[in-house]
Write a protein that binds this ligand. Structure first.
Ligand SMILES: Nc1ncnc2c1ncn2[C@@H]1O[C@H](COP(=O)(O)OP(=O)(O)OP(=O)(O)O)[C@@H](O)[C@H]1O
Ligand SMILES: N[C@@H](CCO)C(=O)O
Length: 338
């Protein structure tokens, strides 16, 4: 048996939709999987991992199936279904173009790929809605994993779990969560075909955990209302064709996470304020991608000019960047025979 799991990366929040709104983007993690029970060797947990880095990341990825995030998640799903290891002679070749720890959802994408892998090799036949529950047991916020799993531009939610249920991660999910814990709204939001995403990816890592630690525990009513007003506008603004640049720019403003993350990302405030649709033709809006440090600029044209302006701002803080022109990935995670 041989198959490929393809999972898009994501940009979450898109400004005001902190932990709620996510967008799947056209940069895909691939797992090339073969299972050959006839060949015999003594693989740990029956699994051999090989890794091809196309992301130019400096961080190394473990090839131990009990440590590697993708296979660890697959084992969690398998063990919840009384399967202790991979089927004999499972080989997983990972091809990863997603930069690690930069705000393009590398970990959420790996978690989605991992639950898809567990579902396939264990022949579990779980629905994507149920797979999202497994993702949430690991990732805990739904915006990035829901975008990678379902694809497109999504609004997501979590049901409230009791803390004791959340803590029972080793218990089979069917006992912890008889009903789905979270999901996406009744459908995906529309995305206007003219809008492309420019990802400007600085050459340093911000672990998401650190970027969450700098956020306050409480907010003023004024800041909450500010974000709610803009988050309510955002899907309509980004779904309307032709796009209205002023409406999109306004709808992408945020007071819940970006202002606090400036301590981790030199020049962040200046970059977010450095241009508007009035001063940069083609620009629609600009935000931090995920927990950063990547900047996501939405635009209809002049992509190189917009990227160059943001790269120059980072350069004035001695930070180099790469950039990519991406589009929404509508299909989400897929499995195809090889
Ligand atoms: N393909 C992969 N294989 C194994 N581990 C991975 C893979 N991709 C990411 N990871 C793990 O996830 C970590 C990065 O996760 P982190 O949540 O900090 O950032 P991110 O997901 O890239 O950004 P964000 O959540 O802001 O979008 C990496 O350091 C690595 O340990
Ligand atoms: N919503 C998350 C990013 C996605 O992992 C955050 O901003 O911390």
């Amino acid at each position: 048996m041989s198959f490929v799991i393809r999972t898009p990366c994501s940009s979450a929040n898109i400004g005001p939709g902190f932990d709620v709104i996510g967008l799947a983007l056209s940069l895909h993690l691939e797992l090339h999987v073969t299972i050959d029970p006839k060949s015999s060797s003594d693989l740990p947990l029956n699994c051999q991992i090989t890794y091809e880095d196309q992301s130019k990341s400096t961080e190394s990825i473990s090839l131990d199936p009990e440590v590697n995030l993708i296979t660890r998640v697959a084992l969690y799903v398998l063990r919840c279904h009384n399967q202790r290891a991979f089927p004999a002679e499972t080989k997983v070749h990972i091809i990863n173009p997603i930069p690690l720890g930069r705000g393009l959802g590398s970990s959420g994408t790996a978690v989605v790929a991992g639950v898809m892998l567990g579902n396939e090799v264990g022949r579990l036949g779980l629905s994507k809605e149920r797979l999202l529950d497994y993702c949430l047991m690991i990732e805990r916020h739904p915006d990035n994993v829901a975008a990678s799993l379902f694809g497109g531009f999504v609004g997501t939610y979590l049901n409230e779990l009791k803390p004791e249920d959340v803590a029972r991660i080793e218990i089979p999910l069917s006992e912890v969560l008889p009903a789905p814990a979270g999901g996406i709204d009744t459908g995906k939001f529309n995305w206007a075909k003219e809008i492309k995403a420019i990802a400007i990816i600085p050459d340093f890592v911000v672990p998401t955990a650190n970027a969450r630690d700098v956020l306050p525990k409480t907010y003023t009513r004024a800041d909450v209302v500010f974000n709610l007003q803009r988050a309510a506008l955002l899907p309509a603004a980004l779904g309307s064709s032709p796009p209205d640049p002023d409406m999109i720019f306004l709808a992408m403003q945020d007071k819940v996470h970006q202002p606090y993350r400036k301590t981790l990302i030199p020049g962040l405030t200046e970059i977010l304020q450095s241009m508007t649709p009035a001063t940069q033709p083609g620009l629609l809006g600009i935000c931090l991608s995920g927990a950063g440090p990547t900047i996501l600029a939405l635009a209809t044209d002049r992509f190189t000019e917009i990227a160059d302006r943001i790269i120059a701002r980072f350069a004035s803080n001695n930070i180099s960047c790469q950039w990519k022109l991406l589009e929404p990935a509508q299909s989400g995670a897929t499995v195809t025979p090889n």
